[in-house]
Ligand binder design. Structure first.
Ligand code: PLP
Length: 446
């Protein structure tokens, strides 16, 4: 079978003159933490990127359908984003919030304009883990309560707070970290008790939030946190109205509702700018990272003035948060999403890829479920559709084969059984067709 061809691309990568992959691997093994892991059996070195494509050290091009783990939102080295950062780098690389600077202020105004309701006050940090840590602090400081409800199958970060909120043994160390965090049943329509066609599924899953509040806490909670789609957990999309009911239970117990939009925000959903909007709710606190900066170390917590004010009870400071360079980059990302209509592109291309995945499911028994929204999609691989036994080895095999054919994908789920698709939002129809053709071939060979 001939290998599918990548769509043409006019960008010429620069000749690479750095160390070989073997040398990089040797340095990494000697000088970097063994905790960092690699995706492929033969590690891939990426040395250049342009929009939806990346190049390895030999000049070979790949379609990046993982988008730097859902981070490259508007395209690798998007010229406007590069220009914004470059200009600011030449002028002033760093100051902090103890002085005035226009970038952070203008950026906050622009970001707040994208938010519904009273969500108008921003606090910038450096990562998603930090954003969630700060959101927990705000929730506790504001409510005076301690307990927090999170969800099983969630991923919220690798620091102490993030690990405590996360509910996947893969990412948890056996150290104290879950202070006051209780994990409710994951509202997973594929594996859970209530399926996608059950109109009461959302209400039924959310009843577990109420159970936890009643049985595991004093009855008063600081808050509830959920990703709007569980990304690392394997692109799990909640049934309709789940968040509406979960939020109602939380607010009745004195808590605030936190939406982790680290993967789902900034137009990627296609139908909506934010993931929580797909569930018809407005949170009290929203956390953001990854796609917000297209690669800049930038995160944010956006909340109401009333909640934000509780943090002023003490001195709170973040050295790099919203520094002039990342603020310039973040602002440029917002402008590019608008100007290039990337939300609409996510909707159209998400539909095209999603439809193609459904067709592939009809052809390949390995696919147990197709799900997602916009350009955040997943297919769960199973050995048997009846038992739903996770097809972990097959998933790894498909990922390897796709890489050989020039396509980079992600994986998720507790067993690494779900293939994830989250390309930069600038991809074209021909890229979507290439992705589907490659996947078809890889699945046939698995
Ligand atoms: C939903 C979600 N929240 C938080 C985080 C943590 O973000 P970071 O790795 O920037 O700390 C991640 C990272 O994958 C994530 O997917």
């Amino acid at each position: 079978m001939p290998a599918p061809e990548l769509p043409p691309c006019s960008h010429q990568p620069r000749p690479y003159t750095g160390p070989t992959s073997e040398e990089i691997l040797r340095l990494r093994r000697e000088f970097l933490s063994p905790a960092i892991f690699l995706y492929y059996q033969k590690p891939l070195t990426i040395v250049e990127g342009k929009m939806q494509y990346v190049w390895d050290e030999t000049g070979r091009r790949y379609l990046d359908a993982l988008g730097g783990i859902v981070t490259v939102s508007v395209g690798h080295c998007h010229p406007d984003v590069v220009m914004a950062a470059q200009r600011q780098n030449e002028l002033l690389q760093h100051s902090t919030t103890i002085y005035l600077h226009p970038n952070i202020a203008e950026y906050a105004e622009k970001l707040a304009a994208k938010m519904p309701g009273e969500l108008k006050v921003c606090y910038f940090v450096n990562s998603g883990s930090e954003a969630n840590d700060l959101a927990l602090l705000m929730a506790r400081a504001y409510t005076g309560n301690y307990d927090v409800i999170a969800l099983r199958n969630a991923y919220h970060g690798g620091n102490a707070s993030g690990m405590g909120l996360t509910a996947h043994r893969t990412w948890k160390f056996n150290v104290p970290h879950s202070f006051g965090v209780h994990h409710a049943i994951a509202p997973d329509p594929y594996r859970g008790a209530w399926g996608r066609n059950d109109p009461e599924a959302g209400r039924n899953y959310a009843a577990d939030v109420k159970e936890l509040i009643d049985y595991a806490t004093s009855g008063q909670v600081a808050g509830f946190i959920a990703e709007s789609i569980q990304g690392v957990g394997g692109c799990v999309v909640f049934p309709n109205d789940y968040l509406k009911h979960a939020y109602a239970h939380t607010r009745a117990a004195g808590g605030v509702c936190i939406a982790d939009e680290v993967q789902t925000g900034f137009g990627r959903m296609g139908s909506h700018y934010w993931g929580f909007e797909t569930q018809g709710v407005i949170p009290d606190i929203v956390t953001m990272a990854k796609g917000i900066g297209n690669g800049a170390p930038l995160g944010a917590v956006v909340t109401t003035r009333k909640i934000a004010e509780t943090l002023a009870q003490r001195t709170h400071f973040n050295t790099f948060g919203g520094n002039p360079v990342v603020a310039a980059q973040g602002k440029a990302v917002l402008e590019v999403i608008e100007r290039e209509k990337l939300q609409a592109n996510s909707l159209a291309l998400g539909q095209r890829i999603g439809d193609g995945l459904v067709r592939l499911k009809e052809k390949h028994n390995l696919i147990g479920d197709v799900r997602g929204r916009g350009l955040l999609l997943g297919i769960e691989l199973v050995k048997d559709r009846a038992t739903k036994e996770p097809a972990k080895a097959e998933c790894a095999q498909v990922l390897e084969r796709c890489r050989d054919l020039g396509l980079l994908l992600g994986k998720g789920g507790l067993h690494g059984q779900t293939i994830r698709f989250s390309p930069p939002m600038c991809i074209h129809e021909k890229d979507a067709d290439f992705l589907l053709a490659v996947l078809d071939q890889a699945l046939a060979q698995a």
